[in-house]
Design a binder for this molecule. Sequence first.
Ligand SMILES: C[S@@+](CC[C@H](N)C(=O)[O-])C[C@H]1O[C@@H](n2cnc3c(N)ncnc32)[C@H](O)[C@@H]1O
Length: 273
Amino acid sequence: MKISATSALVLNWTDHKLWQSPETLSFNSQLDLSEGEQLFNLFSEEETFMHLQAVSGRKYFMKNTVLAFLEELSKQNQSGQVIILAAGLAPLSIEIASTFSTCQVFDVDKYLMNEKHELVNGIPPNIEFIDCDITDLNALKEKLLNRNFKMDMPSIAVMEGIIYYLPMEDLKNILQFLKQNNVAFAGDFCLKPELVNEKTRFYLSDVFRKIKDEVQLDFINFYSEEEIINLLKEAGYKKICVSNMQQIQEDRTGDKYPFSEKDSCWVMTIYAE
Ligand SMILES: C[S@@+](CC[C@H](N)C(=O)[O-])C[C@H]1O[C@@H](n2cnc3c(N)ncnc32)[C@H](O)[C@@H]1O
């Protein structure tokens, strides 16, 4: 299946070692990334290296955070649910659902959910594909309940690669909705360019300029760490952990490089409960 240029770009910028389950490898092998070639070729080898590190880091964080959440529950003989908001064609749901067969995963996006459902084809069986605009929270709640989402079961939501495309008011409402329903949160956001080290700031401004030209976006929302923490607090989250990519890079590769200097990575991760 051919996929859009920006989705293909992100899938190209992922360390393949992240995906381990045979189900995920089989899903990935069906994706045709050629649609993204023109956009991909706009980046130099050095830029490609830097974006591969940043995107792989955020994906490593999402996968490990969700798996740790589910492992903790399984130690207490409980199962959990995972909602992936703006999931796109990324394989995170497949990796999680095939690793934790007792967990129910809900992939939500306003595009391509039927196509993804067909590609996955019941392997693994514990993923629901929901066609929904994630800013329409009444519709989201109704659709989750229709697919047997259990309000009283421990749950975590993932918002990866989406916060910068949402108006702040929508992000506020989504966080409030999740917290009201007792859902833990994992996500990423991009720092305001002026908060990124001058040596690497270029990678951030340049990637969004190129993507903006490709998909004609009106705006991109960047945040400071403080602004994101305030939004989470306003939503009612109490335990909030915002991290830069240094520790994640070291855990993932054994070295902080190329994010050895303070504020050198523009992608930040969030865990809140
Ligand atoms: C950059 S992709 C990220 C996909 C995936 N989460 C990842 O990190 O690889 C952004 C996704 O957000 C989806 N999206 C954007 N706005 C949305 C909205 N309001 N409701 C649902 N999905 C949305 C797009 O369709 C696209 O699949």
